[in-house]
Design a protein around this ligand. Structure first.
Ligand code: HEM
Length: 517
């Protein structure tokens, strides 16, 4: 902190602030093109280091992602010297009672009311319903025999959250929530928080009202059907939120807090899960050795799935952690200086200065992860594993919650749903590779089992390759039904575009189909 008598003129880190209009165009181009985020990050990192100024939604913002920067920021968070700083539209969409919007004591109270539902031990209560939902879902995907959009991952993510929350699924309500949620998230790109009729922000706020009404009705129903001592009240997210008490204050959540926080949880777990599934499947299909090792490992898992066994499955964890590392579902978050000016690296940051801490910068730091742009799940295998290879990596433990693997953020707002997210992905990956054969497939025409690459490439080379690939495809239709993937761009908010946002197809053995692009 600075001494007011010796305070120097404000200095901010170097960076491209740019000229009006040009910077607006540059900013929009960066955030709307998936690879633009990583490219511009790499560019800035090369020129200015791990802390630099940037123009962001109309103001100067400090981006940072070095180990020292993250430690500094997360420690400030704990001392209440920095606080959360969502852009105003996101803060409004989240609502006044949402944990992610809060600071100080109120934030601690809300966390203490929410944390029990997401504690690693408690999360194991959700294993059975997650597993049942997953088996059912995979079967549905497999039986369509047609390409589907990656939207199904979103519905699946919502369904998992819903069954863990309420202990059962109501398809009509899930579909309504899904549609409203899509409109709600559309408000994230709003440049004004004025409610002008017909704008995406206005539509998003209306969707927020509808979601809150739906949640209100669900809470009423839950209370009616599940008294405090019932099993559902004791083992579901909503049960814990309704009946749980804060240990210090002995107070329960108000109805408004409950509604805002259910929406907050849906938001926090929805697209993150969707992006996690997309990227994991992408990297596995691009890395057949990893996929094979994983399929071998999950084939030996006992039935019913056991939470400890899943938690300790080395290849499963290594693949998930490496996929999250190379394509973090959340690439960063926002903070601002709370009340007192702060100093770091010789710069003085005044009250209100905003920061964007970068998870992506840490996970693509070459000094932490050699060949960071290559998927290498072996970096996270335990030493005693037969596939373990210590090359240049420094043995980082992704579960330690350190700044060298900040996938779930850090400081006081560190992810509340970490154990939940890990369980979801473990169950899906285990079930998929235990029961299905997963094939990677670039966009192509599939004609009676023969895969014909898009004719945009050289025709002479594509025809023989079509025949070879077609032969392999037919051979591949062996005992397991197969899942096929095709890739397109992914939302900028959730990392790079080259990795995910998949349309995919699951089909039963020997099912023939034609895909028209
Ligand atoms: C792979 C999946 C996920 C990733 C990568 C992820 C990542 C993150 C990150 C980076 C933050 C910190 C944001 C900040 O510093 O401001 C965060 C916060 C949060 N996450 Fe997650 N998350 C995931 C899944 C989930 C799930 C499934 C839930 C719950 C169902 C959840 C609930 C939350 C909540 C409530 C917060 C806000 C906590 C607070 O502000 O105190 N997350 N998450």
């Amino acid at each position: 902190m600075t001494n007011p008598t010796t305070k120097e003129p404000r200095k901010i880190p170097p960076g491209y602030i740019g000229f009006p209009i040009i910077r607006d165009i540059k900013f929009l181009a960066t955030v709307t093109s998936g690879t633009g985020v990583l490219d511009s990050l790499n560019h800035a990192r090369r020129h200015y280091g791990t802390m630099f100024s940037q123009y962001f939604f109309g103001r100067i913002n400090i981006a940072c992602g070095g180990q020292d920067d993250l430690l500094w920021l997360f420690n400030n968070d704990r001392k209440s010297l920095t606080e959360i700083a969502w852009p105003p539209n996101i803060a409004m969409l989240l609502g006044p009672g949402a944990v992610a919007n809060q600071t100080g004591r109120y934030h601690r109270v809300l966390r203490s009311l929410l944390e029990p539902s997401f504690a690693p031990k408690f999360v194991m209560n959700y294993l059975k319903c997650m597993d049942d939902t997953t088996l059912h879902e995979l079967n549905d995907w497999a039986s369509t025999g047609d390409y589907q959009s990656s939207e199904v991952f979103k519905m699946y993510a919502l369904r998992l959250f819903y069954v863990s929350s309420f202990g059962k699924a109501d398809e009509e309500v899930i579909a309504t929530l899904h549609d409203d949620f899509k409109l709600w998230i559309g408000g994230f790109m709003a440049i004004t928080v004025r409610r002008i009729k017909g704008t995406s922000f206005d539509e998003a706020m209306k969707a927020r009202d509808r979601i809150l009404d739906t949640v209100d009705m669900l809470i009423d129903e839950f209370i009616k059907e599940n008294p405090e001592e019932s099993e559902r009240a004791q083992t579901t997210i909503i049960g814990r939120l309704i009946y749980g008490k804060d240990k210090d204050d002995n107070r329960m959540m108000t109805r408004d807090e409950m509604k805002d926080n259910i929406l907050n949880l849906i938001f926090a777990g929805h697209d993150t899960t969707y992006a996690s599934i997309s990227t994991l499947l992408y990297h596995l299909s691009e890395n057949p050795d990893a996929m094979e090792a994983l399929a071998d490992e999950v084939s030996t898992l006992i039935e019913p799935l056991d939470s400890d066994e899943l938690k300790n499955a080395p290849v499963l964890n290594a693949c998930i952690h490496e996929s999250w590392r190379i394509d973090p579902p959340v690439i960063g978050s926002f903070r601002k200086v709370a009340n007192t000016d702060l100093e770091h690296k010789g710069y003085t940051f005044e009250k209100g200065q905003t920061f964007n801490y970068s998870i992506l910068m840490a996970t693509t730091d070459e000094s932490l992860y050699k060949n960071h742009d290559q998927f290498n799940m072996k970096r996270f295998l335990p030493k005693e594993h037969p596939l373990y290879e210590l090359k240049d990596d420094s043995g980082i433990d992704p579960l330690a919650g350190r700044t060298n693997y900040p996938i779930f953020g850090g400081g006081t707002h560190v992810c509340l749903g970490k154990a939940f997210a890990q369980l979801e992905l473990r169950v899906l990956a285990a079930r998929m590779l235990k029961h299905y054969q997963v094939e990677h497939q670039q966009p192509a025409w599939i004609l009676y089992g023969i895969r014909i690459p898009k004719i945009s490439t050289d025709l002479k080379s594509s025809l023989p390759s079509a025949l070879v690939q077609g032969t392999f495809l037919v051979l591949a239709l062996t005992l397991k039904p197969s899942l096929r993937l095709k890739f397109s761009n992914r939302s900028f908010l959730y990392g790079r575009s080259d990795g995910a946002g998949v349309a995919f197809e699951v089909h039963k053995r020997a099912k023939m189909f034609v895909e028209i692009i």
